[in-house]
Design a protein around this ligand. Structure first.
Ligand SMILES: [Zn+2]
Length: 106
């Protein structure tokens, strides 16, 4: 009795001699992730130089973290500014109240 195994074969041409190579999807995934070299039957070294999905996602995550950090810093600086304005307003108000009392007492 035969057993069917789904290998998910993909074909790639050697970067040097263009010979077709039949590679399993899992092998291709590993080679894309590790950027390791593999050889065509003629012995030419091939590798996938492009960024893997994992690397692209890691970069997106890093970028998102940097953006989040920038936003947090901006919010923190705005919060400080609002606090300074509140203190300033309170100080003016106190000064104004003192002046008003002084004028009323004179
Ligand atoms: Zn080759």
């Amino acid at each position: 009795m035969a057993t069917m195994v789904e290998l998910g074969i993909e074909t790639y041409a050697c970067a040097h001699c263009k010979m077709q190579m039949f590679l399993t999807a899992e092998f291709v995934r590993q080679m894309r992730e590790t950027h390791e070299g593999f050889y065509c039957p003629m012995g030419h070294n091939n590798f996938f130089p492009g960024k893997s999905e994992k690397e692209k996602l890691a970069e997106q995550l890093d970028q998102s973290r940097r953006e989040l950090e920038r936003e947090r810093n901006m919010i923190s600086s705005l919060r400080d500014e609002v606090q300074r304005e509140k203190y300033s307003k309170a100080a003016y108000h106190a000064h104004f109240t003192r002046l008003k009392k002084k004028i009323a007492s004179d």
